[in-house]
Design a protein around this ligand. Structure first.
Ligand code: AP5
Length: 186
């Protein structure tokens, strides 16, 4: 299965994608994680991304599309992949459709995780990653609304969207995620 996770910063995309990837035994691709590793290693990609992530803005579509194109050609993505934090713009969603169509492996599901803004801020402030400052969190939430939220409608139109309540414990949320996926697999 090829599944997209959509949700604002702190919604639990990474937490749930990791669990679901283990459950389905498929790959997990977090574009945010790839970028953070590149920053840690000091690569040219990392140097390009560091200031952008620090400001809470989006890395250019061409950069993340290239990361995804390279990753999904690897052997562990043959059976499926969970896309966590990608796509984040309509242009990225269109590119992902092209990649999937070229491979003949269409997306199975776009899972939107919904969490109240108050809870998102509470989670991010208690985690304290370098882009989890109050100002950057505020900007990331605005960027989500203006640039990423439109892909919810994009996947709704494609009849791929399922929205779940992301409030509650990670176990409770995973129960909902698993129910949705198991229904799609039937
Ligand atoms: P990315 O790493 O994708 O960050 P994000 O979308 O801001 O998401 P987070 O990692 O903050 O939250 P999450 O929803 O994964 O929640 P998590 O499980 O971690 O991207 C970072 C940056 O990289 C972007 O701002 C952008 O600059 C760049 N980037 C990445 N992809 C890009 C793309 N496609 N295009 C352009 N730019 C891109 O949980 C958050 C916290 O809450 C954790 O501490 C967790 O333990 C806790 N938690 C999770 N679930 C629960 C729960 N149910 N109850 C209580 N706590 C919980």
């Amino acid at each position: 299965m090829f599944i997209v996770f959509i949700g604002p910063p702190g919604a639990g995309k990474g937490t749930q994608a990791e669990r679901l990837a283990a459950h389905l035994e498929i790959a997990h691709l977090s574009t945010g994680e790839v970028l953070r590793q590149a920053i840690e290693r000091g690569t040219s990609l990392g140097k390009q991304a560091e200031a952008i992530i620090g400001r809470g803005e989006l890395v250019p579509d061409s950069v993340v599309n290239a990361i995804v194109a390279e990753r999904i050609d690897q052997a562990d993505c043959q059976r499926g992949c969970l896309f966590d934090g990608y796509p984040r713009t309509t242009a990225q969603a269109e590119s992902l459709d092209e990649f999937m169509n070229e491979r003949g492996t269409p997306l199975s599901l776009a899972l939107e995780i919904r969490v109240s803004e108050e809870e998102l801020k509470r989670r991010l402030l208690s985690r304290g990653r370098s882009d989890d400052t109050p100002e950057t969190i505020e900007h990331r939430l605005q960027v989500y609304e203006s640039q990423t939220a439109p892909i919810v409608e994009y996947y709704n139109t494609a009849c791929l969207l399922v929205s779940i309540d992301g409030n509650g414990t990670p176990d409770e949320v995973f129960g909902r995620v698993k129910d949705c996926v198991d229904q799609r697999r039937k």
